[in-house]
Ligand binder design. Structure first.
Ligand code: ADP
Ligand code: TRP
Length: 317
């Protein structure tokens, strides 16, 4: 079989995946896997999550929960490699090597760092260094394509820069990756119209029950643009096309309650099959853990090949 270009992406196991994560990132993972043009790697970024999750039991639980999420939305371990970052020690090893060719002022320009600084937070070195670990995640696998939400664009630029810097300093080892951002869902809005994010408390959980969906939808802030409640419509558009929605919004012009009821039905219909799979997987955590550890072995093998080139280039081992 001819080798296909590599596609890789990662998500931190920080809990409560929401429909913004799904439409902005996770859905692309499944679509790309099923299209079959790429060899796909999907990673649980547990080392990245250590910056905020600092409880061993919680980390283990969140990691399994995210693996379960991957499987419930349709990631198929027969087609893709699904693994956790900490199973491949090359990630942290390469991140260190990138640290040695990266300057402080350059990392200080990263959005995530600047945001934390603006909030006057005590910034851990892991947050400051975040882009270098992420560059290692991507570059270890000769990744061509990285599907992510808009907020991750700068991190992919940092990965490209790390690759170029290394290739210039040593020798041509790394391939330059490109981000894949689907424009229509680059920023999925939350129930308040701001970017949906767990840190803003404006999410609709990906595996919400019908009751939860109802409660969230009834809470959508209904600022209107003419007769259309903008925030209701924006979320509705995630699960229905403009053509499908036109007659409904025409019929219920100005009647927000009816439109919200329709949104509850449509979201529930969309979420129900994934929710059922997620619940079923909850009964076999050993199966989920096994899939992860097998993926880890495959990822390790590939990463080690690249590390041989890296160690030789920099002159260690
Ligand atoms: P959160 O902001 O809720 O903490 P994360 O930062 O963990 O979400 O994001 C995980 C993935 O989901 C990333 O690829 C990110 O780009 C994507 N994502 C998160 N929120 C959104 C959103 N509102 N719209 C589109 N994509 C999103
Ligand atoms: N930084 C990404 C996020 O916050 C998660 C991530 C870690 C990632 N490593 C990655 C995404 C590698 C793509 C590729 O969502």
């Amino acid at each position: 079989m001819t080798s296909r270009p590599i596609l890789l992406s990662g998500i931190k196991p920080t809990g409560d995946p929401h429909i913004g994560n799904y439409f902005g990132a996770l859905k692309q993972f499944v679509d790309m896997q099923n299209r079959g043009n790429h060899e796909c790697y999907f990673m649980i970024a547990d080392y990245h999550a250590l910056n905020s999750v600092q409880d061993g039991d919680q980390m283990r639980a969140l990691t399994l929960e995210l693996a379960r999420t991957f499987l419930a939305i349709g990631i198929d371990p027969k087609k893709s490699v699904m693994f956790k970052q900490s199973d491949v020690s090359a990630h942290t090893e390469l991140a260190w090597i990138f640290d040695t060719i990266t300057t402080m002022p350059y990392l200080m320009r990263a959005h995530a760092y600047k945001d934390s600084e603006a909030k006057n937070k005590e910034i851990v070195v892991g947050t400051f260094n975040y882009p270098m670990l992420m560059a290692a995640d991507i570059l270890l696998y000769d990744t061509a394509t990285v599907p992510v939400g808009q907020d991750q664009k700068q991190h992919i630029e940092y990965a490209r820069d790390a690759a170029e810097k290394f290739n210039r300093t040593y020798e041509e080892v790394f391939r330059l990756p490109t981000e894949m951002i689907v424009p229509e869902v680059a920023i999925v809005p939350g129930v308040d119209g701001e970017k949906m994010s767990k840190s803003y408390g404006n999410t609709i959980p990906l595996f919400a029950t019908r009751e939860e969906i109802t409660q969230k939808v009834m809470g959508i802030v209904t600022d209107s643009d003419g007769d259309v409640p903008t925030n209701v419509y924006a979320i509705h558009r995630l699960v229905k096309t403009a053509e499908q929605l036109a007659p409904l919004y025409e019929e219920h012009r100005g009647r927000y309650k009816a439109l919200k009821d329709a949104l509850v039905d449509d979201l529930d219909a969309f979420i129900a099959p994934m929710r059922a799979k997620y619940e079923a997987l909850g009964k076999s955590p050993e199966k989920v853990a096994k899939i992860l550890s097998e993926g880890g072995k495959k990822a390790n093998k590939k990463a080690e090949q690249k590390m041989k080139q890296v160690r030789k280039a920099v002159g260690v081992r």
